[in-house]
Write a protein that binds this ligand. Structure first.
Ligand code: IMP
Ligand code: MG
Length: 181
């Protein structure tokens, strides 16, 4: 699989030491409030598991599953919620976890949907944020790494559902993206 990458951006040790910092910041800021974490599957799976084990606070966890990509490397703008019932967020302090902030469509749709259930607060935490103009405005309160506008895979992030199990994050070779479209 490593041969499919143009280059590695973040090795596992780099990711985990950044998670130590993020977890410390989150733990400090939520020390007096019980947080309900809502993880966006499947992309945030590794991130969620490694981050939450570093937060020594009582917390609740729920997961959401959405589709916005339909297998291509461009976002469609339409965000489909895959479950019937939304997590119970009313009156709670919500922390949304996602793998990557790209166009902003996904996180804006999730934030808007959760807001209709009147949580006490909503914050957003992403492992990666692409430096680009967003189609929809999303303020991420916690960001692991800012990256250039390139297509990345690994550590939960996929291309057509592959590469999620790579323990590091890298840029996918452009010819592999073109071949499949
Ligand atoms: P957005 O709606 O454009 O912000 O896209 C967010 C979702 O698109 C993420 O949760 C990912 O599933 C996917 N995505 C965006 N950029 C990448 C990338 O570079 N690699 C893998 N998935 C990506
Ligand atoms: Mg994806």
């Amino acid at each position: 699989m490593q041969g499919d990458l143009e280059r590695i951006l973040f090795h596992e040790t780099t990711i985990l030491s950044r998670l130590d910092q993020l977890a410390a910041q989150i733990s400090q800021e939520y020390r007096d409030r019980e947080v309900t974490v809502i993880a966006v599957l499947n992309g945030s799976l590794m991130f969620m598991a490694d981050l939450l084990r570093r937060i020594p606070l009582p917390l609740k966890l729920d997961c959401l599953s959405v589709a916005s990509y339909h297998g291509r490397s461009e976002t469609s703008g339409e965000v489909i919620f895959k479950q019937i019932a939304l997590p119970d967020v009313t009156g709670r302090h919500i922390l949304i976890l996602d793998d990557i902030l790209d166009s902003g469509h996904t996180l804006a749709a999730i934030r808007d949907k959760l807001e209709t259930a009147k949580p006490r607060s909503i914050r957003v935490c992403v492992l990666l944020s692409k430096k680009k103009a967003r189609a929809r405005e999303v303020d991420a309160d916690y960001v692991g790494f800012e990256i250039e506008d390139e297509f990345v895979v690994g550590y939960g992030l996929d291309f057509m559902e592959r590469y999620r199990n790579l323990p590091y994050i890298g840029v996918l070779r452009a010819d592999l993206i073109q071949q499949s479209s």
